[in-house]
Design a protein. Structure first.
Lengths: 470, 271
């Protein structure tokens, strides 16, 4: 994989507080590189049913024929032969924190996971490398029939439900990295919220990559039934190495009529992670999907959370921020596919480019021939902090009927001299003033997050902004 | 007691002289009014003293309590005791007025001092009440969606909490209706003390009726051309500035170019 230069690495090191690595015992891992045998080996170790192996092999074949996208950042540097595709760090998923292997426990303790669980979560799954190592849900949810499991366990426990939905939102040949994920997927979260069940406190998953040159390919499957609602939060970090690791996840969400799902992510991978994720939700009548998508980390990130608004009156919302600092390339955005009548969508995208980072908004809104009376509103704001940084806004908006509406607004600004002068004339230093302006800029995003995450996000952004205007 | 000294201040933008040798001394306890026609450099003077990066000082000196401000950054000048209530306060979207004012007050604490949040909240509430500002104001974003009058009151609110020793109020009366003007006037007058030197920049007599100045300066074309007492205000209100131009022989139509103004600035080389 790509070597980062030393200087770059040191600067990342100073700023990224999750960059530590822990010494852990590996129970099993596949050999470096990807062949048909690797795919079969992963499936065998997991003791999967035949149909899953079939899909994996089909996906592997698709992966070999599909090309990297012709648009966006260059991905040609990814060396698929130099990646370890599967690492097993624990023999089983524990549901008592004390039983988790010591080294892994130390990692998550340092990341503050058990604390968060006690304070404000309904359930938590933590994944270390390829598989979940710990899982817990509060009894109350289990009594209501809520299923919250790591994806591997769910395939064993709920094979019928699993088969009915797996790959139905993101097919195995959707794109090269969805194909790769389908071929070698491991771990992730599986959630089923039954009819009429509403969960207020969030469910959370936490993903950690600990090894160098490894790939994490978790697969998340969420099913929200009629009139049910879910609030799901995902976090991710990795240590800092000189060689890159790959994270190619697939998230599929199904929202039945009148269902609601909010999926919040703060992606804070270290800068040596290439993050290529396919996230898609299919929303039935009067259902509502909300993506709250924060992209602070990773060196190269391509992520466009999508809503397929299938049923009439379905609603999709994406509120996202992307921050690209030194050595980072964020190519992010959103997709809204309107199929049903009276469907509505809203995209609010906030991008920040600083210290030579590059951040693009890339979005697609399409209102199909049958999506009469559909409405969409897109708002993209970008703030460029210095001369070294860059940003592009690349929207595609299509209306294929005569009753649909799309509204698009975009602004690009720099931190204005007048704002700086005003704040500084009240005694704020240039750093304090810049930080305050940027925090204000992302406020529409931050206010959507649970308090604990908003605080964390603010700290991350402040850290990235320090010394950006000299 | 604070003292602001402006000595032979010359400022130009590109080729145009905007401030043409300003001399002014303001002491704590004094209230000065600067009047003059539009575009005559009054607001520029306030912004230059505050340190706006748009302006470059060609020559002259600004001293606060004997300390030279010329090279200080904007925030350092603020912390030294200077304040500028702006003519058009900038909007800062997404930042609550509460956070902004709190950070500003914190910035003015001496090292080792800590903001006592309870005390601050009470002070903020009191100040807002005295200015008859709506209670929701603290949680609105800085100046965003504020009416002209609310913005001006918000400037005075900050001044009340930051407690500067020298304050410029730049057209604090513009955009205020009669009631709001009275409220602002009362609040500023109440702040008058030997610890505060005030400079009011205005076109109108009505502000100076409520905040009574000790000195009135008339500024035309970047120069203070006349200094006097309150009697000047009534004369200007009745007759405008034309009599002064005639009296002083100022020609409206001759633009002053930069090199000419450098006569008193012997050490500075011409461009």
């Amino acid at each position: 994989m790509v070597k980062n230069d030393k200087v770059n690495l040191e600067t990342i090191d100073e700023e990224y507080k999750y960059g530590f690595q822990t010494e852990t015992k590996t129970v099993f891992s596949t050999k470096r590189g990807l062949t048909k045998a690797t795919v079969m080996e992963i499936s065998k170790i997991k003791g999967e049913p035949e149909w899953m192996l079939d899909i994996r092999l089909k996906a592997y074949a698709a992966f070999l024929t599909l090309n990297n996208p012709k648009w966006g950042p260059d991905l040609s540097m990814i060396d698929f032969d130099d990646i370890v595709y599967f690492i097993k760090s624990s023999d089983r998923v524990e549901n008592n924190w004390n039983d988790v292997p010591e080294a892994i426990k130390t990692t998550f303790d340092r990341l503050g996971i058990p604390e968060a669980e006690q304070k404000y979560l309904s359930g938590v799954t933590t994944q270390f490398e390829s598989e979940a190592v710990y899982h817990s849900t509060i009894q109350e949810l289990e009594d209501q029939g809520v299923v919250f499991l790591d994806t591997d366990s769910a395939l064993k426990a709920y094979p019928e439900l699993f088969k009915a939905y797996f790959g139905k939102a993101v097919s195995y040949n959707d794109n090269k990295y969805a194909a790769l994920n389908t071929a070698v997927w491991s771990g992730g979260s599986f959630i089923h919220i039954p009819k009429n069940v509403k969960i207020d406190k969030p469910l959370q998953s936490y993903f950690r990559i600990n090894s160098e040159r490894m790939g994490q390919f978790e697969r998340t499957l969420i099913i929200v039934d009629s009139y049910a609602s879910l609030n799901y939060v995902e976090g991710c970090t990795a240590p800092i190495y000189s060689n890159d690791s790959l994270h190619a996840a697939v998230v599929e969400i199904f929202i039945a009529d009148h269902g609601y799902c909010r999926y919040s992510t703060i992606q804070n991978w270290s800068n040596n992670i290439i993050n290529l994720v396919t996230k898609r939700a299919i929303v039935e009548s009067y259902g509502h999907m909300e993506w709250i998508d924060g992209n602070i980390g990773s060196g190269l990130n391509m992520k466009y959370p999508s809503c397929v608004l299938k049923g009439d009156h379905a609603k999709g919302t994406t509120i996202s921020i992307a921050l690209a600092s030194k050595g980072q390339y964020q190519d992010t955005g959103a997709k809204m596919i309107h199929l049903g009548e009276y469907t509505t969508s809203k995209i609010i995208s906030k991008s920040i480019a600083t210290k030579g980072g590059r951040v693009n908004y890339r979005g697609l809104v399409s209102e199909g021939p049958n999506a009469k009376h559909s409405k969409s509103k897109i708002e993209c704001d970008t703030i460029i902090i210095d001369r070294e940084s860059a940003s592009d806004t690349l929207p595609t908006n299509i209306v294929k009927n005569f009753q649909g509406e799309i509204e698009h607004e975009a602004t690009v600004s720099k931190v204005s001299d007048e704002q700086l002068f005003y704040l500084m004339s009240r005694g704020l230093t240039v750093d304090q003033a810049t930080e305050m302006i940027v925090m204000g800029f992302i406020e529409p995003f931050a206010k959507e997050l649970p308090m604990e995450y908003a605080v964390e996000l603010n700290q991350l952004i402040k850290m990235e902004m320090t010394g950006s205007i000299g | 007691m604070a003292i602001l000294e402006i000595k032979n201040l010359i400022v130009s933008v590109e080729d145009q002289v905007i401030l043409d040798g300003i001399n002014l001394v303001v002491r704590g306890g004094e209230t000065h009014a600067i009047m003059g026609p539009n575009g005559t450099g009054k607001s520029t003077l306030a912004q230059v003293i505050m340190g706006h990066p748009k302006y470059h000082i060609d020559c002259g000196e600004i001293l606060l309590d004997g300390i030279r401000l010329n090279e200080m950054s904007v925030d350092e000048r603020s912390r030294a005791g200077l304040f500028l209530a702006m003519q058009n306060p900038t909007e800062v979207p997404g930042v609550t007025n509460f956070d902004f004012v709190k950070t500003a007050v914190q910035a003015h604490l001496l090292s080792g001092q800590h903001l006592r949040i309870g005390k601050f909240i009470l002070a903020l509430e009191d100040a807002a009440k005295e200015l008859k500002m709506g209670s929701g104001l603290a949680h609105r974003y800085v100046n965003e969606g504020f009416s002209g009058g609310e913005k001006k009151r918000n400037e005075i609110l900050q001044m009340k909490l930051i407690k500067p020793s020298i304050a410029f109020l730049d057209e604090i009366d513009s955009g205020l209706d009669v009631d709001a003007l009275r409220i602002v006037g009362e609040n500023v007058t109440a702040m008058k003390s030997p610890d505060l030197g005030l400079i009011l920049i205005t076109h109108y007599q009505r502000l100076l009726d409520s905040i009574v100045p000790d000195f009135v300066h008339i500024m035309i074309r970047g120069k203070i051309v006349k200094t006097g007492g309150r009697e000047l205000i009534a004369k200007i209100d009745a007759e405008g500035y034309d009599w002064l131009k005639v009296e002083l022989g100022i020609d409206e139509f001759v633009e002053k170019k930069k090199p000419v103004s450098l006569g008193t600035c012997a050490t500075k080389s011409l461009k």
